[in-house]
Design a protein around this ligand. Structure first.
Ligand code: C2E
Ligand code: MG
Ligand code: MG
Ligand code: MG
Length: 289
């Protein structure tokens, strides 16, 4: 097909293709060992209450400390993990890390906040997710109310019959569910109404061009209103500027997450951030991000 549409395009397609596979071939053997070699890390990014600035939760984000290439983001290796069939293993590892960390934070006396973990389609479709999560809560003695799971809508739309009972079981356990990257996919309103979710996360692509793009403003405004009309908590991702924050606050968005507040950081770095934040809030110093 690419060939028919002209030589240049074909060459371009081939180049991208081969670069992709080169990287893949390079990373695959390393990736197979990454878990046993203890090279994965979990970073955490805060989500704050848009009005008070108080910490509402943190999102766990996977990183790979590659021995030679350094710290890598999920965009660079998650597709390979999925293709190798390692997503369930790695995903379970992330859930366990997040539960262990949540227990540490609670024992250290930090005020209550949720720890959110991204769940891939393969994980939801694998039997035993609910039991595994339940085991982890027991093992680390944390309340289900401390855990939030983030799902993307395409998996829900594609496999509604299999996914819905799993989500209902998680909800019945007391775990909260958030719909991630909201506004980018099918966004079928009937699904939104049907799903046992408590939160939608406005995708960063819709936040990025606020306030320069009036269409994006209108969409963000509509998404917030839609979420609220369904009684959902609305969290905006990719909040990078003061302008984003001002707009989202004014529109009644409930929670903010993004570089303006903090980048994703290791747990220890988040501890310092939390202490500093608590100090600022207590002393009412200026206006907080
Ligand atoms: P996501 O769940 O939508 O996570 C938000 C992404 O936005 C993260 O990218 C985060 O670092 C980035 N981000 C946060 N604030 C800002 C900002 O202000 N500006 C910009 N430009 N970006 C911001 P990250 O960590 O690279 O993760 C990418 C995606 O990989 C995640 O998107 C999620 O879908 C997936 N992912 C990450 N960790 C896991 C995991 O443990 N399991 C699964 N299944 N997926 C994961
Ligand atoms: Mg997420
Ligand atoms: Mg997202
Ligand atoms: Mg995303």
């Amino acid at each position: 097909k690419a060939k028919e549409s002209g030589r240049n395009k074909y060459a371009c397609y081939r180049k991208e293709h081969s670069q992709f596979f080169e990287q893949w071939m390079r990373l695959e053997p390393d990736l197979r060992q990454a878990l046993s070699q203890d090279q994965f890390r979990v970073f955490y990014q805060p989500q704050i209450d848009a009005m008070t600035g108080q910490l509402s939760g943190v999102e766990a984000l996977l990183r790979w400390e590659h021995p030679t290439q350094g710290l890598m983001s999920p965009g660079e290796f998650l597709p390979i993990i999925e293709e190798l069939g390692l997503m369930v293993k790695v995903g379970s590892w992330v859930i366990e890390q997040a539960c262990a960390q949540a227990a540490k934070w609670r024992k250290a006396g930090f005020p209550y906040f949720k720890v959110a973990v991204n769940i891939a389609g393969q994980q939801i479709l694998t039997k035993g997710l609910v039991d595994w999560v339940s085991q982890m809560l027991t093992k680390y003695d944390i309340s289900p109310a401390q855990l939030e799971l983030e799902i993307v809508e395409n998996i829900v739309v594609k496999h509604a019959d299999e996914v819905t009972p799993v989500l209902n079981a998680l909800k019945d356990m007391g775990i909260s569910l958030a719909l991630d990257d909201f506004g980018t996919g099918y966004s079928s309103l009937s699904y939104l109404k049907m799903l046992p979710i408590q939160k939608v996360k406005i995708d960063q692509s819709l936040v990025r061009d606020i306030p320069t793009d009036s269409n994006d403003e209108a969409i963000a405004r509509a998404v917030i209103a839609l979420g609220h009309s369904l009684n959902l908590c609305v969290c905006a991702e990719g909040v990078e500027s003061k302008e984003h924050q001002i707009f989202l606050r004014r529109e009644g968005c409930d929670q903010l997450q993004g570089y303006l507040i903090s980048r994703p950081v290791p747990a220890e770095a988040l501890n310092s951030w939390m202490l500093q934040q608590a100090h600022l809030l207590n002393n009412n110093v200026g206006s907080l991000p």
